[in-house]
Design a protein. Structure first.
Length: 113
């Protein structure tokens, strides 16, 4: 029988390895601290999910020391083309992290906090 696919493997926390890694371990893996990361919230005016996401992003970034910015898809045709069906969208250092609903715990973990 071949190796198990990633979908069938147990998550790290079920194997007892824990979810949190030390700063030293993250640094050794090449991960930057939260203070060197940029979170981008992509949304539009009048979007209640965007308002909810803004509160979560602002609170988490303030807590962990990460910078964040907000982009409006109604002012950027390329962002509108890419994300019109997914807003709000959260990017971390330009890579998509979340959309529609933002989970504070997941965002903190992604930022290494």
């Amino acid at each position: 029988m071949g190796a198990m696919t990633p979908l069938l493997r147990r998550p790290d926390r079920e194997r007892g390895e824990g979810e949190r890694r030390t700063r030293r371990a993250r640094a050794a893996a090449g991960e930057r601290p939260a203070s060197e990361r940029l979170v981008t919230l992509i949304g539009r005016p009048g979007c209640h999910l965007c308002d909810d996401a803004r509160r979560v992003v602002a609170a988490v970034c303030d807590e962990v020391g990460a910078a964040w910015e907000e982009r409006d898809i109604t002012r950027d045709p390329e962002l509108h083309r890419l994300y019109q069906e997914q807003i709000p969208v959260v990017l971390i250092d330009g890579a998509q992290h979340d959309f529609w609903r933002v989970d504070a715990g997941r965002l903190k973990r992604a930022l290494g906090a």
